[in-house]
Design a protein around this ligand. Structure first.
Ligand code: 5CA
Length: 441
């Protein structure tokens, strides 16, 4: 992508009401634009990151055996009346009346919708177990939307729902999602720690929030330092294996949110030097609630003995749009964003220091075209901005690798490659630049 053809409306300074660094950087880097309170437009570069995050989640959930579908944003109130949550959900739910005076709502979550669907289609134990997921916009009329896309009203969520015959099998589904989450967050270079949590309006008696430690987080957390040393399972994980041990390893050390905190328990269980009291950002939340929705909504099936029993379920959410901000909270420096490779909106940035020079242009064009052929996504600064502006702009938007081409270095037959994170620089011979980058898969 040539910068002259792109749309990157950068701001010199973040608006005063942007309190946290991720919100400031997202606005300054032209990723989002507020449309109204807690509602945002995703500009091209913001959307590119959102799509990268979606892909990591989609691939890993699919690997864990979950099936993707897409449920609507607008739901009928009827199903919520059936589950008994219509009144309980209160003012957070955006209620809508259609032209025929039917009560509708903009979905804040989808337990009712999926349970209604399953009760229609799944009649036999042979079709169980199943895990469904979708990545869809949600609306919650938050009383105090703040911190940009971190706590907003319209936000993108990945939500998955499991349906099993027995509680044991249901726990295996819970474990699958739990392990999948460990891997998803690791791929985004986030250290997300599962913590025992309240289940709130979703319900059930087993629930973990996945939280990354950050000063700007909204929740207070209390954890055992040992958790920071654990490694998420690697690629040879088999989701059909018994995952109990992995989950146990991650849930045994002390880790709770403020709602569940008990000082005596914390002090008795964790040595002074291992106690961490910090703030955190909740990026995911998993729940197991058995037959809470299945019973009232008739999602029951006949088991092998001919007995009709309600299914056992859990739900599993990830804040996809919140993650964009959470990743920036964890990956930035005083010059701007420093994207982890896996979610960067582009793989490489190419900076032409002197577009009025024919030789520099020719070399930049060659590098640009050859690397695109190798399937790299490149943002090519072909503008006539000043050199200082070009450097600060690329540092702000945080693409991991910068290739810098100027008249002086090409005279010596070289270009510069800079690592955005470490600032390490090397001069590479023009004839070898393409060998630096293998074909991308
Ligand atoms: N149905 C369940 C799981 S599928 C559910 O709704 N869980 S949740 O309420 O915990 O939301 C899931 C994730 O969405 C949260 O962990 C959080 O990362 C994200 N999220 C929740 N509310 C907001 C919000 N107002 N703005 C941005 N992200 C949010």
């Amino acid at each position: 992508m040539r910068l002259t053809n792109y749309f990157l409306p950068l701001l010199k300074e973040a608006p005063k009401d942007a309190d946290i660094i991720s919100h400031q950087l997202m606005l300054r880097a032209g990723m989002i634009k507020q449309s109204s309170s807690g509602i945002y437009t995703w500009l091209p570069m913001g959307l590119a990151v959102l799509k990268k995050i979606e892909k990591i989640i989609r691939d890993e959930q699919t690997k864990a055996g979950a099936l993707e579908m897409l449920m609507p944003t607008i739901q009928t109130a009827d199903i919520w009346k059936k589950s008994g949550r219509y009144e309980d959900y209160g003012k957070e739910m955006l209620r809508i009346v259609d032209r025929h005076d039917r009560e509708m709502l903009y979905g804040p979550t989808n337990e009712e919708h999926i349970t209604d669907l399953v009760s229609t289609f799944i009649k036999s134990y042979k079709n169980i177990p199943k895990i469904f997921f979708h990545i869809q916009w949600k609306f919650r009329d938050e009383i105090r939307p703040r911190f940009g896309v971190m706590r907003c009203r319209e936000f993108l969520m990945k939500d998955a729902y499991s349906f099993d015959l027995s509680e044991d099998s249901g726990k295996h589904s819970y474990n699958k999602m739990f392990v999948s989450y460990l891997r998803i967050f690791k791929k985004m270079e986030l250290n997300a720690i599962p913590m025992k949590a309240e289940s709130g309006p979703i319900g059930g008696n087993m629930s973990h929030e996945f939280i990354i430690l950050a000063e700007t987080g909204e929740s207070k957390v209390f954890i055992d330092k040992k958790l920071l040393e654990l490694e998420a399972p690697d690629d040879d994980i088999n989701y059909n294996d018994d995952l109990t041990e992995i989950v146990k390893t991650w849930t045994t050390p002390f880790a709770v949110t403020e709602d569940m905190y008990n000082k005596d328990k914390f002090y008795n269980n964790v040595l002074l030097e291992d106690r961490i009291e910090e703030k955190g950002i909740e990026v995911g939340h998993v729940f197991f609630f058995g037959d809470k929705y299945n019973k009232p909504m008739g999602a029951s099936i006949q088991n092998k003995d001919g007995k009709v029993i309600p299914l056992q379920s859990g739900s599993y959410g990830i804040g996809v749009s919140r993650l964009v901000a959470a990743i920036i909270e964890a990956h930035h420096d005083d010059k701007g964003i420093v994207w982890p490779k896996s979610v960067s909106p582009f793989d490489i940035s190419l900076i032409n220091l002197k577009p009025s020079n024919e030789d520099v242009n020719k070399i930049c064009d060659e590098i640009y075209e050859s690397l695109e052929k190798k399937r790299y996504q490149i943002i090519y600064d072909d503008t006539d901005s000043s050199i200082g502006e070009k450097f600060s702009r690329m540092d702000l938007i945080g693409i991991p690798i910068q290739i810098i081409v100027g008249p002086n270095s090409i005279k010596e037959g070289k270009v510069e490659i800079k690592d955005r994170k470490t600032d390490a620089r090397k001069l590479v011979n023009l004839s070898e630049i393409l060998n630096e980058f293998q074909l991308k898969d």
